[in-house]
Design a protein around this ligand. Structure first.
Ligand code: 6PG
Length: 254
């Protein structure tokens, strides 16, 4: 069983990015020391941009210390668009991070959102995960964000993808967005050695409360269902996002 979620509340988005970068550096060092490689899954959306920029900053404390040559880069989810599309998570990550650090091209495992067959893209990504990570696909660190409706990766409330227990990657239809998405499933996330959620801004406050303080009997939001078995689950939130959380026994506030 996992140890349960840890929560650190930080003053603002810059501090969230800095603590997240320190987590990436620490997990990378541990993974390379233990297994010779670091398997990192990146999240999309806008929140992690500041983290990626900090990791990539050659004048900052991280870029030169992260073992990029030994880092295998994966994605938690992707939009059903080509890699140069403005909505592409890969494009955002490439522009903010990968274009600036020496990760070998063959270590970057992107989801092929350009394939018309989204199910085929999901199956291909699952094969790629298995080939790179083996069985089960133990990612060392998975970065995740939180949507205002409580979704994470592309696991949206009410989605059949949440019931998936066999496949590691699926391509659910997201009715609210009128599109398919390609996403890791709960079983893939459960095997991670660490999951790190980044949540900033007042607009996420209600979702964060639901993710961490689900009232008994309520339908759990997708983000609250991410529970790495035997791994660490750390939430980093800024004060604005954490504003509606009161003190709670069992949750560590850093
Ligand atoms: C995506 C995501 C998604 C994201 C949340 C939060 O592809 O959009 O992976 O789960 O993390 O929607 O997005 P923001 O950081 O933009 O608020």
């Amino acid at each position: 069983m996992s140890a349960g979620p840890e929560l650190r509340v930080l003053p603002g988005p810059a501090e969230v990015a800095a603590v997240a970068a320190a987590e990436v550096l620490a997990r990378a060092g541990e993974a390379v020391a233990a297994r010779g490689a670091f398997a990192l899954a990146l999240s999309g959306g806008s929140t992690p941009r500041a983290l990626y920029a900090l990791l990539a900053d050659r004048h900052g404390p991280f870029a030169a210390r992260i073992p990029w040559e030994r880092t295998q880069v994966f994605f938690g989810d992707e939009r059903h668009v080509p890699p140069d599309h403005p909505d592409s998570n890969f494009r955002m990550v490439r522009e903010a991070l990968l274009a600036h650090v020496p990760v070998p091209a063959e270590n970057v495992h992107r989801i092929r959102g350009e394939l018309p067959d989204a199910d085929g893209a999901a199956a291909a990504y699952e094969r790629e995960l298995r080939a790179a990570l083996g069985e089960p696909p133990a990612l060392d660190l998975v970065l995740l964000g939180l949507g205002e409706d409580g979704h994470t990766a592309s696991l949206f409330p009410g989605s059949p993808a949440l019931r998936e227990r066999e496949r590691w990657v699926v391509a659910p239809w997201v009715a609210r967005l009128g599109t398919r998405r390609i996403t890791l499933t709960l079983p893939a996330l459960e095997t991670a050695r660490q999951v790190l959620f980044l949540v900033t801004g007042a607009a996420k406050s209600a979702a964060l409360r639901r993710a961490l303080r689900e009232p008994a009997g309520a339908e759990p939001v997708p983000a609250s269902r991410v529970r790495p078995r035997g791994g660490r689950l750390l939430w980093l939130a800024d004060r604005a996002a954490a504003a509606s959380l009161g003190p709670e026994p069992g949750l560590h506030r850093g």
